[in-house]
Design a protein around this ligand. Sequence first.
Ligand SMILES: [Zn+2]
Length: 346
Amino acid sequence: MAEAILPLTGRPPRFAGGLRELAPGTFAWLQPNGAWGEANAGLVAGAGESLLIDTLWDQRLADQMLAAMAPVLASAPLRRALNTHQDGDHWWGNGSLPAEVEILTAAASRSGMEGESSPAELARLARLTAAGRALPGSIGGLCRLVHGMLAPFDFRGVALRAPDNAFDQQELEIDVGGRACTLLMLGPAHTAGDTIVHVADVGVVFAADLLFVGAIPVMWHGPSSGWVRALERMLALDAEIYVPGHGDVGDRAAVESMQRFWSWLRAGVATEAKGGTDALSISESLIRSEGFEEWRSWECPERLLITVTALMRELDGKPPLRVTPAVRARLFRQVAMLSKRIGGDR
Ligand SMILES: [Zn+2]
């Protein structure tokens, strides 16, 4: 029997993890509960070949996923893999793929990957934050939060493999053993090069991090208008099943919930920011407001801090934040403070 895929955080699972067949030859790989780094992937199998969509945050997880996919891959080996965007939790498992598998990504994602922190940096951060967990005050809170995020992953075992080819097109149709898969580059939104996959013959969309289900979305880059347009585009596709980058498989209603989330959040930040308060206070006030009810049970409400910060920059007409290690540290310190204020110092 295959090993159960449980939340990496040790929290109780909110949905079943592992390989799930959504339609003939079309699978989601699900990592409950969709919290930090708990990313999903996808597999489309055609006649004699398959396409893998994303490779998770480390090779141990990627190996485990590939082992679970082995019965499918036996008759339809991987020919190509897509990295949907630049965040490490979607491509640091690339090193586990056989060398002959061609890895694709959007050109904007490939440039973004070059600016990401390295696995060695995250391994070091995991060690440093382990040591700092007992410290008092906001530094201790920061260490506990960041350590909790990084500890489940094996960054030392990651041999980075960059994608082999980058594409410039907004829309690219590829043939996967007789099945048409359309890659749609809908960024910049969550990141600069967000790409989704529409598998038209079964009405399935792999939405990557443009869709979160049961977990609060993070927007590092923006603009939020790009994210709103991306959701409209997703709903305009002939599809009934939407696989998020984080969280359980959804339907059209899940995409509509994300649309409501953005309407609510963009309006809320615009109103609150007039009062001249900071991102931390605005995030806390929004989480405590009635308008948040629909998403109150979702994982990682503290992530709202990052998204609110990005939205405030948009309102001020500033360009997206350049996320240097120092900026990331400052943001995560505030995320930890928000987590504590809303009662979830974990
Ligand atoms: Zn992600």
